[in-house]
Design a binder for this molecule. Sequence first.
Ligand code: NI
Ligand code: MN
Length: 224
Amino acid sequence: MVKITYHGHSAFEIKFDSHTILIDPFFCGNKHSKINAAEVKAEFIILSHGHEDHVGDSVQIAKKNSATVIAVNELANHMASQGCKAHNMGIGGAKEFPFGRVKFTIAHHSSSFGGAYMGEPAGIILNLGGKTIYHAGDTSLFLDMKLIGEMNSIDAALLPIGDNFTMGVDDAVKAVEFLNCKMAIPMHYSTFPVVNADPEEFRRKVESIGRKCTVIPFGGSIEV
Ligand code: NI
Ligand code: MN
């Protein structure tokens, strides 16, 4: 079993066996997060890209827990320069870690931190035991999602629906079709007014194409 806890925006805590992995741990400044970054425990942090609403509290959490930050080259180098343990990867590359396998996919977006270039933005495919989770990062809809779906049997696809910076609801519904995923989970919505979106509208539209969608309440968990 893989336990997925949603902390709002694109921040997820993934528990598998004895491992805890954080993805895009943006807690401080995220109105939907009840997490105190000073108290959170994790062994690994995976970052989709360098924007402040995704890097979030990574430096503090990584240093306190001696956690390894897994990110695309330029962003990993930046995290290392901040005193974090980092593991550098590139888009299309996969690597086995103690908890499972991580592969970075393309994402169509940008990636910077404090105005500095942080390499290309990424999506993340996690293989944990027999389960596959795809975190799309910040991205537009792209046709290669069909390829991602063809090559991976995705149990849960975490997809941005907030529009403006990423896919909106209708594009994310198309993504569900392309990915052929067993379940879709909306993210990156309603944290700020500019990304306001209705996750129930997304759920209804995903169900109308015969697919499953779970809206995880902020702070809530599901098991896959
Ligand atoms: Ni972004
Ligand atoms: Mn974002």
